[in-house]
Structures are given as structure tokens and as C-alpha cells.
Design a protein around this ligand. Structure first.
Ligand code: ATP
Ligand code: MG
Length: 390
């Protein structure tokens, strides 16, 4: 019965001169999300988007719930500018949403329509009362509002509002490089970054054979979930074994983690340059583990010029887990495969690593050669969304 989906996008209409760019991105992202379904028309009008439906409301809304920038959606019945047609549509819409009370709320930007908004409300309301059972009008707290919009091209009738994911369209705020492990936190950090409009490339450090092929598969599976929000996801896999071996051989145990993370950040800085990424993103949260104290972060951060975004910095683990479950990464993250970090965690990692001592310890490494070797062997994988059905 619904002929189209009305899509609202609040925040982006606030962004002044950028508005057409934001809207075009959102339209592109919607088109990409709907690829594979029946081709359909879409049009942008008065700060909203109308998308034709072909009896596939469920499939379309399920996909659009993963398109950032969409605030809400309403399935609408479009009818010609005739009162009889409007009344019938209103009755169908009333029957499709649960409740026992309603009110009709008309808007009439098209002033050529012969009835005023209060007249439409009265006429349509009376029709609904006589053609439905057990329904009452409640103008103050109705179970549902039957909206009637009278526009130049026709009338739209709708009631239900389905929430969208909010945020900004992926791509409008630039590209970031997400350091993604197989853990719970980094995929959530990526999700939050995408929600603020970042397009991401992933970077994963892999320590074969200390970490298995299956731990790499796990990261690819996480990227598959992220790809449902942004389309095909570029994942760069960096071989990290030689670097970890060198650290183990030449550096004091208490600084393993700090030095390992400084090496990760150096590589990330170089990969970001290649990928045109303007920031790094990590799943770090303040105080969660030894390398995530402010002192550690400061010492680790020194090796890169790029801003390091930590979307989860102030989140509790329980809050992170809640989002991980909601977005569908949690069950993958808890698969028991090893990560390169967990393998090299010493018994007593320094929580306040002094910069001078870390730098002195690093002198024992052939840093430049190790970095060059890693950067030469990068592997890039383009990961598609987890299933075409989403
Ligand atoms: P996560 O759940 O994301 O693994 P964590 O609590 O295990 O986080 P750490 O292992 O200290 O935290 O890692 C902190 C951050 O460093 C991660 O969120 C991620 O951004 C990055 N990181 C850790 N290991 C890797 C890896 N193997 N490849 C890429 N990035 C990594
Ligand atoms: Mg981890």
C-alpha cells in the first residue's frame, strides 16, 4: 500500500554552504545501500528525500537504517489531489498503525487546494470515525497522528516514523585510517567515526605465524559488518612479525607494549599518507589497559603528526559492548583467536613509560629498515558487505 518512503535528514540541513554536497553524498550513499534491490526513483525536495517503494518497505528500511545522516523515515501513501483519494489513503494508514485514538494533521503548502488545513482535518477525521471501529479522536495525546501533506504534485498521507541511525553521511568529513584489531573496541570506534561522516580505510597488524590465518579472517569478518554501513571497505594488512621479534630481542620487557605501539603508529602514519587519510582512529579508552594511560598515550602519540581520534576515550567497557552488540560486531570480536598485542604483553608493562628511556631503548632497533620492510609487504583487501540481504 505504501508508495514511497519519506526520508528526513536533520543535522545536515544545518551545515550552510556545504548543504548540497552533504545531500548529494547522502543520496549516493542511499543508492549504494539499495543496490541489488529493484531499481527505483528517488528525489530530493524541500529538505527531504522521497524514495519509491515496490512492495519492499521492510528491505528498504532495513538497509537505510545503516545509512548515516538519516534521522527518520516514514512510509507514505501518495495520492492525487482529490479529497476522496486522501480519505481512503488515510483510512489505510490508520489501520496500519496500532492504537485506538488518532488525530489528523494536515499541512497545505499548496494553497490552490480548495480546503484549508482545519477543513481537511475535519473532513478526513469524520471519514475515519465512520469507517473504522472503536477509534476516537484525541487532539492532545493521540496514539497516532495521521499526517496529510498537500503539495503541488499530489498529497502524501502517513503516520509511522521509523528512526534512522542519525549522524552524518559517510564521506562528508574526510577519510580516516582505523587501526583495527580483532577486539571489541576498534570496530566500535570505526562505527562511531563513520557515524560522524568519516570514510575509513582499515589497518590491521598481523603477526603470522604467532597469529593465525583465522585471526586475520576474524578481522575481515569485522570489516564485512562495517561495510554494511559504508560500502566496500579497504583493509590494509601489515606484516608485524619481524618488528615484534626485533622488539623482543632488543628492548626491555617493560617497554614492549609502548615500543610496539609506537611502531604501529609510525606505520599507520605512512599508510595514512598513501590512503589520503587525515587522521588515525583507535579503539583506545582512557585507563583501560597499561598502554592506555595518559602517559602512555603521550609517549606513543609523539611518533605521528596526524591527529589520533579515539572515539571511545571516555566510554566504559560496558557501554562499548552495548554498541558492539547492537551493530553486530560483538559475536565476531569474542571469537577466541589471538591478537598480536595479547601475545606480547609482558607481566609488568610500564604504565608511565618515561619518554627518554623509551627512546633510548628504541635505539637498539633498526627502526627505518623494519618500517621499510613492513611497508613493502602491505596487503590490501577490499571487503564487501557481510551479505547482500542487509
Ligand atoms: P580492541 O578491543 O580494539 O582490540 P583493546 O582494548 O584490546 O582494544 P589494545 O589491544 O590495547 O586494546 O589496543 C588498543 C587499540 O590499538 C585498538 O583499539 C586498535 O585500535 C589498536 N590495535 C591493537 N592491536 C591492533 C592490531 N593487531 N592491528 C591494528 N590495530 C591494533
Ligand atoms: Mg586488542
Amino acid at each position: 500500500m505504501y508508495t514511497s518512503l519519506l526520508v528526513r535528514y536533520g543535522e545536515i540541513s544545518l551545515k550552510g554552504n556545504n548543504r548540497p554536497y552533504f545531500e548529494d553524498k547522502l543520496m549516493d550513499n542511499i543508492r549504494r545501500a539499495l543496490a541489488g534491490l529493484t531499481p527505483r526513483k528517488m528525489r530530493k525536495t524541500f529538505g527531504r528525500i522521497f524514495i519509491d517503494l515496490h512492495d519492499d518497505l521492510q528491505a528498504v528500511t532495513a538497509r537505510l537504517q545503516r545509512v548515516f545522516g538519516i534521522v527518520s523515515m516514514s512510509p507514505v501513501v501518495a495520492v492525487p489531489l482529490e479529497l476522496e483519494a486522501i480519505k481512503k489513503a488515510a483510512l489505510a494508514v490508520l489501520k496500519d498503525s496500532p492504537g485506538t485514538t488518532f488525530k489528523v494533521q494536515a499541512q497545505r503548502p499548496n494553497k490552490r487546494f480548495p480546503l484549508t488545513s482545519p477543513e481537511i482535518n475535519r473532513e478526513v477525521g469524520a471519514y475515519l470515525l465512520t469507517h473504522s471501529q472503536g477509534q476516537q479522536v484525541d487532539v492532545h495525546h493521540p496514539d497516532r497522528i495521521i499526517h496529510v501533506e498537500i503539495r503541488d504534485e499530489g498529497a502524501y498521507v502517513y503516520s509511522r516514523t521509523i528512526p534512522g541511525p542519525g549522524g552524518l553521511p559517510v564521506g562528508v568529513t574526510g577519510r580516516g585510517l582505523l587501526l583495527i584489531s580483532g577486539g571489541i573496541d576498534s570496530p566500535v570506534a570505526g562505527y562511531m567515526g563513520m557515524k560522524r561522516g568519516l570514510e575509513l580505510t582499515g589497518l590491521h597488524f598481523h603477526s603470522f605465524p604467532f597469529t593465525s590465518e583465522r585471526s586475520k579472517e576474524k578481522v575481515i569478518d569485522l570489516c564485512r559488518v562495517l561495510a554494511t554501513y559504508c560500502g566496500p571497505f579497504r583493509l590494509v594488512v601489515a606484516p608485524f612479525t619481524s618488528i615484534q621479534k626485533a622488539i623482543r630481542q632488543h628492548c626491555p620487557e617493560e617497554f614492549y607494549v609502548t615500543i610496539m605501539r609506537r611502531m604501529m603508529f609510525r606505520i599507520a602514519g605512512a599508510v595514512a599518507g598513501k590512503e589520503n587519510a587525515l587522521a588515525l582512529l583507535t579503539g583506545e579508552s582512557l585507563g583501560q589497559v597499561a598502554s592506555q594511560t595518559l602517559q602512555s598515550m603521550a609517549v606513543i602519540n609523539r611518533v605521528v603528526d596526524l591527529p589520533v581520534l579515539r572515539p571511545l576515550v571516555a566510554w566504559d567497557k560496558s557501554e562499548i559492548i552495548e554498541v558492539a552488540r547492537r551493530i553486530g560486531t560483538y559475536d565476531i570480536s569474542i571469537r577466541p583467536y589471538e591478537d598480536c598485542c595479547t601475545l606480547f604483553v609482558p607481566k609488568h608493562p610500564a604504565t608511565k613509560p618515561p619518554l627518554a628511556r623509551v627512546e633510548a631503548a628504541e635505539k637498539n632497533l633498526a627502526t627505518e629498515a623494519l618500517l621499510a620492510e613492513c611497508l613493502e609487504k602491505l596487503e590490501t583487501i577490499v571487503v564487501e558487505a557481510e551479505s547482500a540481504g542487509i
